[in-house]
Design a protein around this ligand. Structure first.
Ligand code: SAH
Ligand code: SF4
Length: 368
């Protein structure tokens, strides 16, 4: 399904484009700067609030741009520290955004307390066998403006709870593109959203605290490596040999490890940062000693940090997480090979934490 908004989202606009359309409407150049300040330094949620603009300009903005209004449909707080929000878009599509209030001990994230996990698409076309986001296929891409609006929606809620003001800065330490969808399959919108999050005229959020997670789209990883913004990359590896990876991730048949690993090495080299390898541990699928050994070799060659994530059950799928003993044995192999790694104590198990699940369930309920 394609969603063509009737007018552009203002959050997706660069200063240049906004300036050009204001100029064409006969407005002075300084108005673009004022509007960007209202959007990103004041976090207003309507054009009406832009009180230093003439009424006619506010009306013009309203006529020509969407402010991407979105509603929170459900907020689910887990017994631990995870909170999941289901946010409705204009076309009634639902996206998931997760807030994790927990020290992330991954590379470079030692000081992190609060991470926001954003979605880049509605559904996903890549069909990894263990993942709820891909179960119903791909529905549509999110526009850059919708991604930024998603972020601001949660930032406003969180700031209100903490009695913070926009001038106190964004209330998150990290942004990860690990929600629904494959960010690199929606490349232009994701990169434009990151520009807005990072820019001085935008939300001024440090690029090194932004991570894109990908299932391994080789040409886009290479293209991303050449982008000037210094964000981080996480690779969803989940299998340390082609045989195992292809069983659970169809993308591996298109871009096998011998093409994928040099592409991520190129990214690491261009960005001068350590990569993260995500490795979901699934019982009897990828949790053998052989896989742990093969994973160690890959991680050492790439100087990467490994995030071992015990699998989260997905309704309707038969995969299981290995027991603690087996998780520890896997970790022990990595340790003995001196691989930097963490075994994640999964948060939010009781709120459909695996991405895409809450949305699927809610859509089914809506349809019935
Ligand atoms: N499409 C991108 C980003 C979204 S998925 C990617 O695949 O990297 C974000 C992470 O959640 C990925 O590492 C994905 O493999 C993981 N994930 C998906 N389903 C999961 C589950 N049931 N349990 C644990 N992690 C899961
Ligand atoms: Fe898509 Fe990522 Fe889920 Fe695979 S793991 S289906 S790429 S969202």
């Amino acid at each position: 399904m394609r969603f063509q908004p009737t007018k552009p989202f203002i959050y997706g606009e660069s200063p240049e484009r906004l300036g050009a359309s204001l100029k064409a409407a006969g407005q002075p150049a300084f108005r673009a700067k004022q509007i960007l300040e209202w959007l990103y330094k004041q976090w207003v949620s309507s054009f009406e609030e832009m009180t230093n603009l003439p009424l006619s300009l506010r009306e013009w903005l309203d006529k020509n741009y969407h402010l991407a209004p979105s509603n929170t449909v459900i907020v689910k707080r887990s017994s631990d520290i995870t909170e999941k929000l289901l946010i409705e878009q204009q076309d009634r599509s639902l996206i998931e955004t997760v807030l994790i209030r927990y020290p992330q001990r991954g590379v470079g994230q030692e000081d992190s307390r609060k991470t926001i996990c954003v979605s880049s698409q509605i559904g996903c076309a890549y069909g990894c066998k263990f993942c709820a986001s891909g179960l119903d296929g791909w529905r549509r891409d999110l526009h850059a403006g919708e991604i930024v609006a998603q972020f601001l929606h949660v930032a406003r809620l969180e700031a209100e709870r903490e009695r913070r003001e926009p001038k106190d800065g964004v209330p998150f330490d990290n942004i990860v593109f690990m929600g629904m969808g494959e960010p690199l399959a929606n490349y232009d919108n994701v990169v434009q959203a990151i520009r807005t999050l990072n820019a001085d005229w935008g939300l001024h959020f440090g690029a090194r605290r932004i991570t894109i997670s990908t299932s391994g789209l080789v040409p886009e990883i290479r293209k991303l490596a050449d982008e000037p913004i210094q964000f981080r990359l996480a690779l969803s590896l989940h299998g340390a040999t082609n045989e195992v990876r292809s069983r659970i991730m169809p993308i591996n048949r298109r871009y096998p490890l011998e093409e994928l690993l040099p592409a991520v090495a190129y990214f690491a080299e261009k960005h001068g940062r350590m990569l993260t390898l995500e490795y979901i541990l699934i019982e009897d699928v990828n949790d053998s000693f052989d896989q742990a050994e093969a994973l160690s070799r890959i991680a050492r060659d790439l100087h990467a940090h490994v995030n071992v994530i015990p699998y989260n059950r997905v309704e309707g799928l038969n995969w299981k997480r290995p027991n603690i003993k087996r998780q520890m044995a896997f970790s022990q192999v990595l340790r003995s090979n001196q691989v930097s790694h963490t075994v994640r104590k999964e948060k939010g198990h009781d709120i459909d934490a695996a991405c895409g699940q809450l949305r699927l369930r809610t859509e089914k309920e809506r349809a019935s």
